[in-house]
Design a protein around this ligand. Structure first.
Ligand code: GDP
Ligand code: MG
Length: 348
């Protein structure tokens, strides 16, 4: 009995080590706005993430999340990191996972009372650094469907896309996020509004400017991630209700204003695929307790379960999207050069 018990504790501990990701990486600022809104680019930091010799020929997958301050973005990405560390090897953790075996149970979410670490989050009501932040560890996988080797990067944004920034700033940031990422999430509170759609339209102008071909759709996938959804009678939580919802709000038939109609048409022309996920309110502790540390035992069960389902859907290998530019798959070596070019254009 004692033997079995100690084996159970041992494997539990192993599991914990596997998902305690703060030891394997840290968030690094690669693009920053200073106090006078000048753009500072840290190419050396970018190189430190992209220049590992063993990943140069891998195809790139970049997950990015953009949206207003204090929308639970970093919180969401930290749970994505837990999923990634539990299922994929990474540069700093090469031996922990040998091949992808989906953990259907809750184990990838960590221990119920494990404080959340990763991208800095819940840093108060004042925004700190403004910029684009990357996780400096890279996840490695070989796709079953094609045998292609991929490298998965995770990107957070901070202090951008806020009330304090102008619509023009927001559009540029949104466009940049789309140019950089292959899986772009747009984090919104409560619902999708008209001004959000207009960002999307402006963004296409920036993409033209950045030299991306307009023959093909310039952007890949866009997923609206709507938090604190409170209309689940009409549209259920998750992607089923979400996709139905976004299809309806984006339908050009749903508005009689000419301008709004053209905004909607542009959106469909620019993105390969548009999806949406509706997440429930996480509960009072998550939403407002000051010293809440991110543990999942204090989430509303409905929220925890939807969060889990959506992250599993998003990051399942079959759903990982390789970054393409002008319809061509991009590898790590070329991506770091593209990033520098996009940033330089952004800076000017
Ligand atoms: P960010 O500024 O968008 O990166 O937001 P953070 O991830 O730092 O989270 C800000 C606050 O929102 C934290 O106190 C979180 O506990 C809380 N939070 C996380 N997810 C949600 C959610 O889905 N709804 C609400 N209302 N709050 C959330
Ligand atoms: Mg944040």
């Amino acid at each position: 009995h004692v033997f079995i018990l100690s084996l159970v504790t041992f494997s539990k501990n192993l599991n914990m080590i596997e998902i305690r990701h703060h030891t394997f990486g840290q968030p690094i600022i690669i693009l920053e706005f200073d106090d006078s809104q000048e753009v500072i680019i840290y190419n050396d930091k970018l190189d430190s993430i992209f220049n590992h010799p063993e990943i140069q020929d891998r195809k790139v997958v970049i997950l990015s999340l953009i949206g207003a301050f204090r929308g639970g973005k970093s919180f969401f990405l930290d749970y994505c990191l837990r999923f990634l560390y539990a299922h994929f090897p990474s540069i700093n953790n090469p031996n922990k996972v040998t091949s992808f075996i989906f953990k259907k149970d809750d184990t990838w979410m960590g221990e119920p009372d494990e404080p959340l670490t990763g991208f800095s989050w819940r840093s108060g009501t004042k925004r700190d650094t403004t910029g684009i932040i990357m996780w400096n560890d890279v996840f490695l996988h070989t796709l079953d469907r094609t045998g292609e080797k991929i490298a998965i990067f995770v990107m957070d944004t901070q202090g951008l896309f806020d009330n304090e920034s102008t619509p023009a700033d927001n559009s540029r940031i949104f466009a940049l996020g789309n140019l950089i990422s292959s899986i772009q999430l747009l984090n919104l509170m409560n619902r999708a509004q008209e001004d959000h759609f207009q960002y999307l339209q402006f963004a296409t102008e920036f993409a033209k400017f950045a030299g991306s071909s307009m023959i093909e759709k310039p952007f890949q996938n866009l997923t609206f991630l709507i938090r604190d959804w409170n209309n689940d009678d009409e549209y259920s939580y998750g992607t089923a209700g979400g996709n139905k919802y976004i299809k309806e709000v984006l339908s050009p038939n749903n508005c009689n204003n000419q301008e709004l109609q053209s905004v909607r048409e542009t959106i469909f022309e620019c993105f390969n695929k548009i999806e949406c996920c509706l997440l429930p309110y996480p509960g009072k502790i998550v939403a407002s307790r000051k010293n809440y540390d991110g543990r999942w035992s204090e989430m509303n069960e409905e929220f925890r379960s939807e969060l889990k389902t959506f992250i599993e859907f998003l990051l399942m290998p079959d759903n990982l999207i390789i970054k393409q530019i002008n319809s061509i798959d991009v590898n790590v070596k070329d991506m770091s050069q593209y990033l520098k070019n996009f940033f330089t254009i952004f800076q000017s």
